[in-house]
Design a binder for this molecule. Structure first.
Ligand code: BTN
Length: 244
């Protein structure tokens, strides 16, 4: 088992990992039963009502292209949720996880660079045992929890441990065989594929059709016959009528 650090409460598991990166061993799992200042993508706050899973996985001294980690995490979460529920979730690029068109999980991957060393922190927030009124209060209409969809509670620590195992197996697969099989698996679950999307880039909105993903994890879209490659750090993607 990877090094498992359990906290009753933390401001943010990702911030903890960043602040303690030198003390943490490779493949550490940081788990907080309660997270009080969670951070989301694009500088947004991440609200975790009671019953949510908040965790970060730490991968130290990684080399090469780290842009695929958000996609690796999405796959590890999908495989975990399939193991636990028997149902395949979908992925809204780059790494929102959906069940029945509702957001179940958000992922925030961050890297810390010290000269030639790159450490990656993969933050994962899953709506697990949250009640519907938790989302209503937080005004999150696109969110749902596993409990709302499957009618039962799940163990937060068990999910965290399975994600950590699945992440190990995704990384092993990548190191042995490269990205092609994982890419197929990812695209198979990609909600956006074949759909009309709006790419929001530098305050401009471009309408396009999603074709799939590139080898570097960018989203490939057809915009009036021109193929554009969208980077998740620079642009966001929405459906025609809002989140989806
Ligand atoms: C998003 O969808 O915007 C990403 C949300 C990521 C939330 C998780 S919860 C655990 C980890 N710690 C944080 O502060 N954020 C991530």
């Amino acid at each position: 088992m990877n090094n498992f650090l359990f906290f009753d409460s933390l401001p943010s598991t990702n911030s903890y990992a960043k602040e303690h990166i030198h003390e943490l061993s490779d493949h550490s799992l940081i788990f907080a039963a309660k997270q009080t200042s969670g951070r989301g993508r694009q500088g947004k706050e991440w609200i975790a009502p009671e019953g949510n899973l908040s965790m970060s996985l730490v991968y130290k001294n990684q080399s090469g292209d780290v842009s695929l980690y958000p996609l690796f995490c999405a796959l590890a979460v999908c495989r975990t949720l399939f193991r636990l529920t028997g149902k395949n979730p979908q992925i809204k690029w780059p790494n929102d996880i959906l069940f029945e068109k509702k957001k179940i999980c958000g992922i925030l991957c961050e890297s810390i660079i010290f000269s030639s060393q790159i450490h990656i922190i993969c933050g994962i927030g899953i709506n697990v045992n949250t009640d519907e009124n938790g989302f209503q209060k937080a005004e999150l209409p696109y969110a749902a929890s596993l409990k709302m969809l499957f009618g039962r509670e799940f163990s937060l620590t068990e999910i965290a441990k399975v994600i950590s195992q699945e992440m190990d197996s995704v990384l092993k697969e990548f190191n042995l065989h490269g990205f092609s099989n994982l890419k197929q698996d990812y695209e198979h679950q990609l909600f956006n594929k074949g759909r009309h999307v709006q790419v929001i880039y530098q305050q401009k909105t471009i309408s396009a059709t999603c074709l799939g993903i590139a080898d570097n994890g960018n989203l490939l879209c057809d915009c009036d016959g021109e193929i554009i490659s969208v980077n998740s750090g620079e642009a966001s993607v929405r459906g025609l009528y809002g989140y989806l």
